[in-house]
Design a protein around this ligand. Sequence first.
Ligand code: NAP
Length: 310
Amino acid sequence: MFFEKVVIAGIGLIGSSLARNLRRNRQAGIIAVCDKNPLYLQQAKALGLADEIETDIKKLVRDADLLVLATPVGAFGPLLKEAAPLLKRGSIVTDVGSVKKYALKEMEKYIDKESGIAVIGGHPVAGTEKSGPEAGFADLFRERWCILTPSKLSTPEALAKISEIWQAAGMRIETMTSEHHDKVMAAVSHLPHLIAYSIVGTVADLEGYEQKEIIKYSASGFRDFTRIAGSDPTMWRDILLNNKTTVLELIQRFVEDLIALERNIRWDEGDKLFDLFSRTQKIRKEVIEARQDQPEQEKRLQAELNNLKN
Ligand code: NAP
């Protein structure tokens, strides 16, 4: 699939990794980039990822065939309010946001049913805790899942075109409703991130502990939580506030399970602890077997970054 002009709003980790793929797979004639961060715009240009750069989306979208929203989800509404009236008939709007019900609601709010603009929700389930165009890399999406969530404004043709972009980037496609997406992601992504933020905050604030000792011995477990808790604050604020109901339900369940663990420890119920830890160990093995663990990708990212620096 070839688009004459693609506009990417937000040239961070995901937007820049997509731009790298569009270039590599020759799927875009012109790549125009809008970002509110002037440094990122300059970096995108220097990296050869953008033909046009602007902080004002209105200056880019008039002749776009595809608009990809790749900012934190909280910015989707304001960007669409400006861009939607200028988009041409036959163009496609998609996004990469980590919450889908809210993202589609914003898109359907600003794009008129009669406009002839197709809307497809998208979420490439791949990432790192890093931000910005220099953190992106083309292989980020390889062998990961991309979830597409069609909307009232979707067409089969637009769905096929968006699928093709992500497939060319190495992704496997799954299509589901935005509601189902948000429920699944609350469990596998939103709750784990929330817990990581909470643990790192708790340990960092503990009284009677030396901060430098916590950092010095962090490899014993804390370190792995800091990787997740090092993710972008704006992005995660927007995700948790826009999948509120499901996340709150899961927090309730998590608190109950944590209290049960507290009781197991208090009453020396070692067999119960052992059973749980054996079950979780099995889950870890299944994740590795499904090739959904990160170390390989991290190594590739480091190699790419080193190449860029040399
Ligand atoms: P990122 O690296 O922080 O990049 C986001 C970019 O959008 C930044 O350059 C940011 O500028 C810019 N931006 C923010 N508000 C804007 C606005 N109103 N107009 C124009 N640009 C704006 O973030 P990311 O990790 O690529 O995430 C982008 C999207 O992908 C999010 O919706 C997220 O939910 C989704 N996603 C992320 C991951 C992941 O693991 N990171 C995975 C899948 C999907 P500033 O730096 O100045 O704020």
